[in-house]
Design a binder for this molecule. Structure first.
Ligand SMILES: Nc1ncnc2c1ncn2[C@@H]1O[C@H](COP(=O)(O)OP(=O)(O)OP(=O)(O)O)[C@@H](O)[C@H]1O
Ligand SMILES: [Mg+2]
Length: 246
């Protein structure tokens, strides 16, 4: 496997995950080795049903592999094996260190764009939040909406936003807690070419700026040359490609 020029943030070793399938099991990930460093943007490609979303789910602690290690290195908490965390610890790591952008975004339709971002910070906090902390949260939310070009739409509810604008709210929301790891599943599939390219520019820019290790599933080959690494998934087997050849 090629060595990465980035400081490793996520290292998968021998990760295998199967799903029940009638009497048998289907192997969605088959002995996967993968390393993504801080500030590295890793593209994940491959045919439908090959295991891409499952790979992201494992990285984001949303699915637990049958076998293998998922070593995650946060500057604050040190290295942990995500495959061995309790549910409770996994949800804490996810909340504090991982930004998730899935296609079927879980946005609360009654909240405004600004509020969608604000709730991220105080989620799971057991004590009353001070006014100062709330103000800081609001300022960060406003700055991120501005960064994704939605400053003028901060007060709009989800239902009043276009698909592309919602994708941008999703991205801003995933960055709220300054994640070490960003997992993004097919951000451009619902968008036209121009908006797709703009979202991709934005992802590359914010991921680099935040020094987040980024796993990005995309079918769009036109953007692959801009990624730091490209990994192809076929039948659950991951092969790391030479970026130039991809
Ligand atoms: N919850 C589940 N239960 C059973 N099988 C599943 C489940 N989720 C995914 N699978 C199966 O695991 C395999 C990998 O699915 P996955 O969703 O990871 O593919 P994908 O590469 O993301 O595909 P697509 O490009 O269509 O999104 C497929 O064969 C799929 O049918
Ligand atoms: Mg998928």
């Amino acid at each position: 496997m090629p060595t990465t020029r980035f400081r490793p943030a996520l290292t998968m070793r021998g990760v295998t995950l199967t799903y029940p399938d009638g009497q048998n099991r289907v192997t969605a990930l088959d002995d996967v080795d993968l390393t993504v460093g801080r500030g590295e943007i890793a593209a994940i490609t491959g045919p439908s049903g090959s295991g891409k979303s499952t790979l992201l789910a494992v990285a984001a602690t949303l699915a637990r592999p049958d076998r293998g290690e998922v070593l995650f290195d946060t500057a604050a908490a040190g290295a942990v094996d995500l495959a061995r965390l309790s549910r409770r610890d996994a949800s804490r790591v996810r909340r504090e260190h991982i930004g998730i952008v899935f296609q079927q975004s879980n946005m609360v339709s009654s909240l405004t764009a600004l509020e969608q971002l604000e709730v991220m910070t105080h989620l799971g906090q057991r004590f009353a939040v001070s006014r100062v902390a709330r103000r800081r949260t609001r300022e960060r939310a406003a700055a991120l909406l501005d960064a994704v070009g939605l400053a003028d739409h901060a007060g709009k509810r989800t239902g009043q936003l276009s698909g592309g604008q919602r994708q941008r709210v999703n991205l801003a929301r995933a960055l709220m807690n300054d994640p070490t790891l960003l997992v993004i599943d097919e951000p451009t599939s619902a968008l036209d070419q121009e908006r797709g390219a703009a979202i991709m520019d934005l992802i590359l820019e914010v991921a680099r700026e935040h020094d987040a290790a980024t796993l990005l599933v995309t079918h769009d080959r036109r953007h692959l040359h801009r990624m730091d690494s490209v990994h192809r998934v076929v039948d659950g087997v991951v092969t790391t490609l030479d970026t130039v050849a991809a």
